[in-house]
Design a protein around this ligand. Structure first.
Ligand SMILES: [Zn+2]
Length: 462
């Protein structure tokens, strides 16, 4: 019988022979740009002609589920069932990508033709998300090739609208609750903490966008003749914002602040150093005092002014502007209820003398916050398996700083959610020159092969 070590060695040989590269090359060629009109046929083809047949080769039965939201791309559900007593993993991937923006890529690169340059594999979707789900599909294939069975049940859910805010995902999870039932959710998207640091994240911060507007009168008025006589909406709005968040980024509105950080979250974050070498330096004196940088971004809320406009910023004139608007965003952690945010803002503004400031929710849908306890048995199990493969424990983030539709899996399906990202912070996801690192993909393939091997070998759990 082949051993775990044999399976990992075979996976790496398979990688070194160019097979994963070939799979991802084929998938990158599908122009699944869900934000563009006319992308529906390609989104469907990606599922029916590429993902479905690839999973069928591994013994999965699959079906296409139409999106309940008109005009949004379909879903694919697949299942390989080996036994009722075995654990079941639900996996997830998204087949859509952001627009290619072909003309903006470096000379010689195309978003739709995978190009290898040193350790980099360039192409739209290599990092987000085709490369990542390709690694996970391949790892299942490696365990099957080595052992003949997974010794666990695996389900897949693919969507094709993640880059447009996952329309219909929640409804499909509600309707297909039984079909998607599992013991654990394991998926790959987003970046590792750093390229060389295997990482788990267990949820994501929520995101709530809102607009503040001060609209005082019809038009502008000469600032010499009227300055001192009539109120300035820009001044009022700036002060209203200052009542919500201070000059160091500390949130002043109690209802927008999270509950105390749980001890298990503090422990998980104790060794985490956020930021990246190519990124901006982390400001030491920014944000909630007394927190480490990791706690500030992963365990606390942040209130950001994303845009502010009064008068004509490009061509200022000597006039008191009639109107000021700002667009703000609250990133929030578990324990905050977004349904109460608007009311809390209204009450806060009124209490602080800003009745003239109108507040309304932004057009972007609110993302809810999720977080699995970093000491949950499934987290320990996945972390132990990765440590056995790589020789070092992975970094564990209780949640990502950014946002994901993880509430569909954590709240609607009620699953412990463990994300194992195979990308890295400088992957240019959503930008020209998107790429994945071959070294990270190779290690990711080994990690996932080892993980599926271990879950099957020890179905009862650690
Ligand atoms: Zn994306």
């Amino acid at each position: 019988m082949p051993t775990r070590q044999d399976a990992l060695a075979a996976a790496q040989r398979w990688f070194d022979d160019g097979h994963l590269l070939a799979e991802i090359t084929r998938r990158v060629a599908f122009r699944t740009e869900s934000q563009l009109d006319g992308s529906l046929p390609d989104l469907r083809r990606y599922l029916t002609d590429e993902i479905g047949p690839s999973l069928a080769k591994l013994g999965f039965a699959f079906r296409i589920v139409e999106n309940p939201v008109a005009g949004a791309g379909p879903f694919l559900l697949a299942e390989r069932h080996e036994g009722d007593a075995l654990p079941t993993i639900l996996m997830y991937g998204h087949g859509d990508v952001v627009p290619g923006h072909d003309a903006q890529w470096r000379t010689g690169l195309s978003p739709w033709a995978l190009t290898v340059d040193g350790d980099r594999w360039y192409g739209r979707g290599t990092a987000d998300n085709k490369g990542q789900h390709s690694i996970n599909i391949a790892a299942l294939g490696q365990v099957l090739a080595a052992r003949g069975r997974l010794s666990c049940n695996v389900k897949w859910l693919f969507e094709t609208g993640e880059e447009t805010g996952s329309p219909g995902l929640r409804i499909v999870c509600e309707r297909e609750r039984t079909a998607l039932g599992a013991d654990v959710f394991i998926a790959s998207d987003g970046p590792r903490l750093a390229a060389a640091k295997p990482t788990l994240f267990l949820g994501s911060r929520g995101a709530f966008n809102f607009d503040l507007t001060v609209d005082l009168r019809e038009g502008g008025h000469h600032s010499g003749n009227w300055g001192g006589l009539i109120a300035n909406p820009g001044t009022i709005l700036a002060n209203a914002i200052a009542s919500l968040v201070d000059a160091r980024g500390v949130i002043l509105c109690a209802e927008l602040r999270p509950p105390p950080i749980p001890e298990s979250v503090r422990r998980a974050l104790a060794s985490i150093e956020p930021g990246e070498p190519a990124g901006p330096p982390v400001d030491r004196d920014w944000g909630e005092p007394g927190l480490t940088p990791a706690e500030r971004v992963f365990a606390w809320n942040s209130l950001e002014v994303l845009a502010f406009r009064t008068g004509n910023p490009d061509h200022p004139v000597n006039a008191i502007p009639p109107r000021a608007t700002a667009h703000l965003q609250l990133r929030f952690v578990v324990g905050c209820e977004p349904a109460g945010f608007i009311k809390a803002l209204r009450t806060h503004l009124d209490r602080n003398g800003f009745a003239q400031v109108a507040v309304k929710a932004g057009s972007m849908e609110t993302m809810r916050a999720t977080r699995l306890d970093p000491e949950h048995p499934w987290v320990k199990r996945v972390a132990a398996s990765i440590a056995a493969t790589t020789g070092a424990p992975p970094a564990i983030l209780p949640n990502l700083g950014g946002s994901l539709p993880n509430d569909c899996f954590a709240d609607v399906l009620g699953l412990p959610t463990v994300w194992v990202p195979h990308s890295y912070p400088a992957c240019s996801q959503h930008a020209p020159n998107e790429h994945m690192l071959a070294s990270v993909a190779r290690e990711g393939l080994a990690m996932m092969t080892g993980l599926f091997w271990d879950i099957g070998r020890d179905p009862a759990g650690a």
